[in-house]
Design a protein around this ligand. Structure first.
Ligand SMILES: Cc1cc2nc3c(=O)[nH]c(=O)nc-3n(C[C@H](O)[C@H](O)[C@H](O)COP(=O)(O)OP(=O)(O)OC[C@H]3O[C@@H](n4cnc5c(N)ncnc54)[C@H](O)[C@@H]3O)c2cc1C
Length: 363
């Protein structure tokens, strides 16, 4: 099969589906290539509620609304942070991603099931993809690589994969948890954290670590700490660590996990993938590829740099993780954190006031 479009978007997750929707809505010919239209990305599915309005996503995809989160220190100190009206939604990724692809299709994208395998050319790209044993050849002027943390587009262009954290997650039905919990402690999550999120019909819980070989053991220790005996479906998946180094290679733009655009410390990626997909699409519509990096940095650079600093300090060891939880007992810090986590347009002043408060209370 031979196909042609102005833009090929590889990967139909939040980044790719959003990019395709924005492009198609402006009348651009776009093919959205997704390896598996039934893929359920292993993910907690937590997304700020305001994103539903921002991206016109149907609220029927919201399975739960979370109004507070709980932080638990290595020594068992805990604090509940109220999120107020601007809370977090929990979505089921299989359904959510497919709704986003339907929106891209309704806007005029051609949605195709097939797996990207190779790319050649530099003025006009020739892309090879496979659907079962059938080869698809696509010619496109621009490519948006939104094929996730294990990006084959990245590999095909000779770009090394992003450094990553490994996350073991388990989905357990029949157990309830009404808040999102973040558990710190080197006994089960050295350098990272473990979590429990409410899910559609139960909970999803997990542990992050830099070495995949130790994950099962650490996760068992976390389950003992949390007191959960029930078992469910376990999966290990990578979360990229942001380094801000990759936006573009020729006329290929990278968006979402393929570019490592996951917020350090909280490891939120859905919102940033969607926004990055939209920004990449806007740069193509403007015919100014370099604008993608500029727009991305304008929106997110300060937030990502600050969160990376906080990650490397607070997740260093148990003493610093204790400080993180203790700091969040202060109302001023709670207020500043809420603005940092939930108000994605917060400007330089919020970051300065947050950094200032952290410095003030740490010394
Ligand atoms: C355990 C875990 C929990 C998480 N929890 C949260 C959370 O609660 N909230 C949050 O905001 N973020 C969370 N994240 C991060 C979030 O899941 C990602 O950042 C987000 O999915 C990135 O979106 P994306 O579109 O860039 O990539 P993906 O969602 O990975 O989508 C990539 C798409 O590309 C397709 N694809 C891959 N290769 C090819 C190919 N060769 N050809 C065609 N298609 C291909 C895949 O099938 C997939 O549909 C979590 C991650 C993990 C691992």
């Amino acid at each position: 099969m031979r196909l042609q479009a102005k833009v090929l978007v590889v990967g139909g997750g939040p980044a790719g589906a959003t990019a395709a929707k924005v492009l198609a809505a402006q009348g651009t010919e776009v093919i959205l290539l997704e390896r598996n239209l039934s893929f359920a990305k292993p993910c907690g599915g937590g997304l700020i509620l305001s994103a539903f309005h921002e991206f016109s996503i149907p609220r029927t995809t919201i399975k739960k609304e979370i109004r507070n989160i709980k932080l638990i220190s290595p020594a068992g100190e805990h604090v509940t942070v109220e999120l107020g009206e601007s809370g977090i939604a929990i979505v089921q990724r299989k359904e959510f991603d497919s709704v986003l692809r339907e929106q891209a299709w309704a806007a005029g994208s051609c949605v195709l099931e097939g797996e990207f395998s190779a790319i050649t050319g530099n003025t006009l790209y020739r892309i090879e993809a496979w659907t079962g044993d059938k080869k698809i050849e696509i010619t496109a002027e621009y490519v948006i690589a939104a094929d996730g943390v294990n990006s084959k587009v990245r590999k095909a262009l000779g770009i090394s994969p992003p450094a990553s954290l490994f996350a073991l997650s388990e989905y357990i039905r029949g157990v309830q948890n009404e808040t999102c919990e973040f558990w710190f402690g080197s006994s089960h999550a050295p350098g990272s954290y473990s979590w429990v999120f409410p899910a559609h019909e139960g909970i999803s819980l997990g542990t992050g670590h830099f070495s995949p070989g130790e994950l099962q053991n650490l996760f068992e220790k976390f389950k003992i700490r949390k007191g959960i005996k029930a078992e469910g479906l376990r999966k290990i998946y990578r979360i990229p660590l942001w380094d801000g180094g990759l936006y573009q290679s020729g006329r290929v733009l990278f968006a979402g996990d393929s570019a490592g655009q996951v917020l350090p410390l909280t490891y939120e990626g859905i919102y940033y993938a969607m926004t990055s997909g939209a920004l990449a699409a806007q740069a193509i519509l403007l015919g100014e590829m370099n604008n993608y990096k500029k727009m991305w940095k304008y929106r997110f650079q300060k937030r990502f740099v600050l969160m990376e600093k906080l990650r490397s300090y607070f997740l260093k060891d148990d003493t610093t993780a204790e400080r993180l939880v203790a700091l969040h007992k202060r109302p001023e810090i709670q207020l500043a954190s809420r603005s940092l986590w939930l108000m994605k347009d917060s400007h330089k002043k919020s970051f300065l006031s947050y950094s200032g408060l952290i410095r003030k209370f740490l010394h």
